[in-house]
Design a protein around this ligand. Structure first.
Ligand SMILES: *Cc1c(COP(=O)(O)O)cnc(C)c1O
Length: 473
C-alpha cells in the first residue's frame, strides 16, 4: 500500500469509525452469528498469491466480519464490565501504531518511558492514591498480568529471593489467599507461579460479599501451623460478580502482621477513585504493596491498558529483571527506568499515549462527570427494581452495578436473560452469588450510555418479564 493509498483509505476508515460509533445502537448488541458461521463465510478465502485490492478486502470486512461482532461500544451494552473507548483514546492507539515503537528499554524510546512514568504519577494525585505509589507505576496489558506480577513478587519475597534462581523444589509449599468472590485471574496467576490451584485459599465472605478478615487470619495461621508458607493475599476493590469491596485496611493489617505481599485488584471500580466522594470506599489502600485498575474498563481508554502501582518497585524489578548482553545499554542501572523489568513480556506498546490524550481531552471534571453520571443512572435503575414488587435486589448496589432478580427462581431468571439477549436490543449477563442463585447483572459504564438507553433497557426487561410471568414463553 502506498502512502497515498494509506491516506485515502485511512481517512475513509476514520469516517467509518465515527459513523459506526455514532450509530452503534442500531446493531443488535450481541452478535447473532452461530458457531462456525464466520469461518464458513470465509471458506473461499485463501491467502492470495498476489495482493488484493483494498476495496475487496474492505468489502469482505463489512460483509463477513461485521456480522460476527458483538457491539461493545453500543450504548445498550450492560453486560460483564465494559471495554469503553473514546475518540482521543482511539487517536492515541492510531498514533502508537503509526510510531510503531517498542518501549522495552528507556533507550528504545525515551518518551514512551518518561510519558508513562509522568502520567501515572499525575494519576496518583488525581485519584488520591497513596503518595508512595509515585515512581512505582507501570502500564500492564491487563489486570490479570498485574496480579500475576504481584504474586510472583510475593513468591520471591517469601522465598527470600531464591526461587527465581533455584526453582521451587527445595522450597516449602506455598499458599495464596483471596475471597470466594475474587476474579479467576488470581487462581490462574497462582497456577503459573507454581503455587498450585489447590493452594489458593478462598476465604468466605460476609453478607455484602466482602472477605471476612478473621477467616483470612485463621486460614493463614492454620497453613503456617502445618508448614505451608503464605506468599500473597489478593483483596478485591469491586468484585466482578457484584462490585463488593473487601475490607482493605483489616486485610492489610493481617498481611503486615504475617509479612505477606498484599495486592489489591480494583480492575473495574478503581476508576471511580477519580471522584473524591468515592475514595472512602478504598480506606486502607495505603497498606497495599501493589494495586491495579483498568482504565480500559471505565476510564474511556481503549483495551488494553491496566495501571499497576507498586509501593517498592525495587521488589518488582528484583523479581522480573533480566539483562542479557544484547539488551545492555550505556545508561547506568539506576539512572532510567527500563519497563521490560516491570512485567512479563519483553516488548511493550506505547500505551501511555492514549491515556495521556484521554486525561488531557476530558480533564478531571470531564472524567468525574462521566463516572458520576453512570452511578446516577444505576441508582435510578436500582430504584425501579425496588419499586416493582415482581423484582428484588440480590445484593446492595455498589457504584454502577445492580444485581437483581425476577422473583420466581433460577429457571425463570435464566429464561428472562435469554429472552432479553435474543431480542438484541440490549445485552446483559448473569452471575451466581454465594447463595447459589442465578442473578442478573446490570452495569452502566459504556461511553455513550445515556438516561434514555437505561430507560428503554428497563422497558425491555419489563416487557420480557411480563411475557414470561403471563406464561407466554
Ligand atoms: C475484569 C476483571 C479482571 C480481569 O481483567 P483483565 O484486564 O481482562 O485481566 C480482574 N479482576 C477483576 C475484579 C475484574 O473485574
Amino acid at each position: 500500500m502506498s502512502a497515498q493509498d494509506f491516506r485515502t483509505h485511512g481517512h475513509a476508515m476514520v469516517d467509518w469509525i465515527a459513523d459506526y460509533l455514532e450509530n452503534a445502537e442500531a446493531y443488535p448488541v450481541l452478535s447473532q452469528s452461530q458457531p462456525g458461521d464466520i469461518r464458513a463465510s470465509l471458506a473461499e478465502d485463501s491467502i492470495p498469491e498476489t495482493g488484493e485490492s483494498w476495496d475487496d478486502i474492505w468489502s469482505d470486512f463489512t460483509k463477513k466480519i461485521m456480522p460476527g461482532i458483538t457491539h461493545w461500544q453500543s450504548p445498550n451494552f450492560f453486560a460483564y464490565f465494559p471495554a469503553n473507548v473514546s475518540y482521543p483514546s482511539i487517536l492515541g492507539e492510531l498514533l502508537s501504531a503509526g510510531l510503531g515503537v517498542n518501549g522495552m528499554l528507556w533507550a528504545t524510546s525515551p518518551a514512551a518511558t518518561e510519558l508513562e512514568t509522568h502520567v501515572l504519577d499525575q494519576l496518583v494525585d488525581a485519584m488520591g492514591l497513596p503518595d508512595h505509589f509515585k515512581g512505582g507505576g507501570v502500564i500492564q496489558d491487563t489486570a490479570s498480568n498485574s496480579t500475576l506480577c504481584a504474586i510472583l513478587c510475593g513468591r520471591e519475597q517469601a522465598m527470600e529471593w531464591q526461587s527465581n534462581e533455584s526453582g521451587l523444589s527445595n522450597q516449602p509449599q506455598m499458599a495464596v489467599y483471596t475471597s470466594t468472590q475474587a476474579h479467576s485471574s488470581v487462581e490462574k496467576a497462582a497456577k503459573i507461579a507454581g503455587v498450585g490451584s489447590s493452594f489458593v485459599r478462598l476465604i468466605d465472605c460476609d453478607s455484602t460479599h466482602a472477605m471476612r478478615p478473621e477467616d483470612l487470619r485463621a486460614a493463614i495461621q492454620s497453613d503456617i501451623a502445618i508448614g505451608i508458607q503464605p506468599i500473597a493475599v489478593s483483596a478485591t476493590f469491586g468484585t466482578t460478580s457484584s462490585l463488593a469491596i473487601d475490607p482493605l485496611r483489616a486485610v492489610g493489617d493481617i498481611c503486615h502482621e504475617f509479612n505477606i505481599w498484599y495486592h489489591v485488584d480494583a480492575a473495574m471500580a478503581g476508576s471511580a477513585l477519580i471522584c473524591p466522594e468515592f475514595r472512602a470506599l478504598a480506606d486502607g489502600l495505603e497498606s497495599a504493596d501493589s494495586f491495579c485498575f483498568n482504565p480500559h474498563k471505565w476510564l474511556l481508554t481503549n483495551f488494553d491498558l491496566d495501571v499497576m502501582y507498586v509501593k517498592e518497585p525495587e521488589r518488582l524489578v528484583r523479581t522480573l529483571a533480566i539483562l542479557p548482553e544484547y539488551l545492555k545499554t550505556k545508561q547506568v542501572k539506576d539512572d532510567v527506568i527500563n519497563y521490560r523489568d516491570w512485567h512479563v513480556p519483553l516488548g511493550r506498546r506505547f500505551r501511555a499515549l492514549k491515556l495521556w490524550f484521554v486525561l488531557r481531552t476530558y480533564g478531571l471534571s470531564g472524567l468525574r462527570t462521566f463516572i458520576r453520571e453512570h452511578v446516577r443512572l444505576v441508582e435510578m435503575f436500582e430504584s425501579w427494581v425496588r419499586e416493582d414488587e415482581r423484582f428484588e435486589l440480590a445484593t446492595p448496589r455498589i457504584l454502577n452495578l445492580v444485581c437483581f432478580r425476577l422473583i420466581g427462581g433460577d429457571e425463570v431468571n435464566e429464561r428472562l436473560l435469554h429472552r432479553i439477549n435474543a431480542a438484541g436490543q440490549i445485552y446483559m449477563t448473569h452471575t451466581k452469588l454465594p447463595d447459589g442463585h442465578y442473578t442478573l447483572r446490570f452495569c452502566v459504564a459504556q461511553t455513550n450510555t445515556q438516561e434514555q438507553h437505561v430507560r428503554s433497557a428497563w422497558e425491555c426487561i419489563l416487557a420480557e418479564a411480563t411475557s414470561i410471568l403471563d406464561g407466554r414463553y
